[in-house]
Design a protein around this ligand. Structure first.
Ligand SMILES: [Zn+2]
Length: 420
């Protein structure tokens, strides 16, 4: 079901305030009423009414733990409720769907991988989505929960507002409505009186970026970060080189492809990319390109999601043996990426570049080369304050990002919890 826009009536104003409270809880995890009141500037009596309303909708609960305050009586912090609603997150690749069901507080109940029976047709993905719908509905029921929101993330150009896929070369998709496909599978599970689940779709890299930046900005004690870092550009991708731009929120652009750095044209005399354009960054630093540069074997685009883990493992093993040809290939990729950051810095002026996904897993010498190359070009203002952060490249991050995005759908539209 499409996520409704908020307008200007009094009822809408109330929903907006409820949304702001949920947003505070989403950011902090655990928060006291006093902390919410101070950060939102609402009166204690209104806040109390709003929190009661969100508790009645099954969205918030009082934490079991008691928060001791220096002066006055102890208060019970507010957390997301775990007894009514569940979230569903999906990462859809050509060969498989990785799914997770979680509580509203993002604690994962369980995850499962579903093979796509015939990856040459969209109907193969429809069949797999039907299996996911049956499984997720069953898991929620077992825990006495109802699915409230779902997020489907996949590579390609996807329209978050309508649920339409424009095109996904990696998944072999043309135009179709991915959100409707899951919705009908879920409705089929629930029968005629099935409650619609709020479903949104996004480019997988955006979801991964969102989860990763949240990790990086979290305070070490697990509380809310005192101050979120500035605008960031993100380089990641699981098998193909991808990226994203974050500036207070994900920057998506007109067709959802803003920040898809893998297809920056960096070499007019370079090779033809699998997207049919010439000299994309993907042809210099994509996982398949790196593997081919070292081992001389091409990986067809339609095999990339299945073969990606093996390509990465072979490059890592060869790097760990200190193979000089592999080290040279990785350093070269680092230089191409640094040159691209140079371009991105002039457009987006980010405070931070985050290196994640397979690039982070390849590590040195790729990442250190990016840093030294950037150091050498730091003369213009956009480059002077760029911090380069490399992560551990944890492959579970995209799925956590999908769940986080599903939660943010609920945060933005608390009315979902009252519709029948
Ligand atoms: Zn390309």
């Amino acid at each position: 079901m499409p996520v409704p826009k908020q307008g200007g009536s009094l009822a809408d104003l109330k929903e907006q305030n409820l949304s702001r409270i949920l947003s505070s809880v989403a950011q902090a995890g655990t928060i006291t009423r006093e902390e919410i009141r101070r950060s939102l500037g609402v009166q204690a009596s209104s806040l109390s009414r709003y929190v009661d309303e969100l508790r009645a909708r099954g969205l918030l609960a009082e934490s079991e733990s008691i928060h001791l305050v220096p002066i006055g009586r102890p208060t019970q912090p507010i957390v997301f409720a775990r007894d009514r609603w569940a979230l569903l997150g999906l990462i859809v690749d050509r060969h498989e769907i990785h799914a997770a069901v979680s509580y509203l507080d993002l604690t994962v109940i369980t995850t499962r991988r579903f093979p796509v029976p015939d990856s040459t047709r969209v109907s193969g993905h429809s069949t797999a989505l039907a299996a996911v719908a049956a499984w997720a509905t069953g898991i929620a029921e077992q825990h006495g929960l109802t699915l409230l929101a779902a997020e489907i993330d996949a590579p390609g150009a996807l329209n978050r507002e309508t649920g339409d896929v424009y095109r996904s070369l990696l998944n072999g998709w043309g135009t179709f409505n991915l959100a409707d496909t899951l919705q009908s599978a879920l409705t089929h599970q629930g029968g005629a009186d099935a409650r619609p689940v709020a479903i949104r779709i996004d480019r997988d890299t955006n979801a991964a970026m969102q989860a990763r930046l949240r990790d990086l900005d979290a305070a070490p004690d697990g509380g809310a970060a005192a101050e979120l870092s500035g605008p960031s550009a993100y380089f990641g991708g699981r098998y193909a080189l991808s990226g994203g731009i974050f500036d207070g929120g994900v920057v998506r652009g007109a067709t959802g492809l803003a920040g898809d750095f893998g297809h920056l044209a960096v070499d007019p005399h370079g090779e033809v990319c699998w997207c049919d354009r010439t000299g994309c960054l993907e042809t210099k630093a994509g996982l398949a390109a790196l593997h081919r540069a070292r081992f001389g074997r091409s990986t067809p685009i339609h095999d990339l999601s299945a073969e990606g883990p093996r390509l990465l493992a072979e490059l890592q093993a060869s790097r760990d043996e200190g193979d000089s040809a592999t080290l040279a290939v990785l350093a070269d990729a680092g230089r191409w990426i640094a040159n691209s950051i140079d371009t991105i810095a002039a457009i987006a002026n980010p405070a931070r570049i985050v290196i994640d996904g397979y690039l982070a897993q390849l590590g040195a010498p790729l990442v250190p080369t990016i840093v030294t190359q950037l150091e050498a070009t730091r003369s213009l203002p956009p480059f002077q304050r760029i911090e380069v952060v490399a992560t551990d490249g944890d492959p579970e991050v995209p799925l956590r990002g999908a769940l986080l995005s599903a939660l943010l759908t609920v945060v933005e539209t608390p009315g979902l919890a009252v519709r029948g």
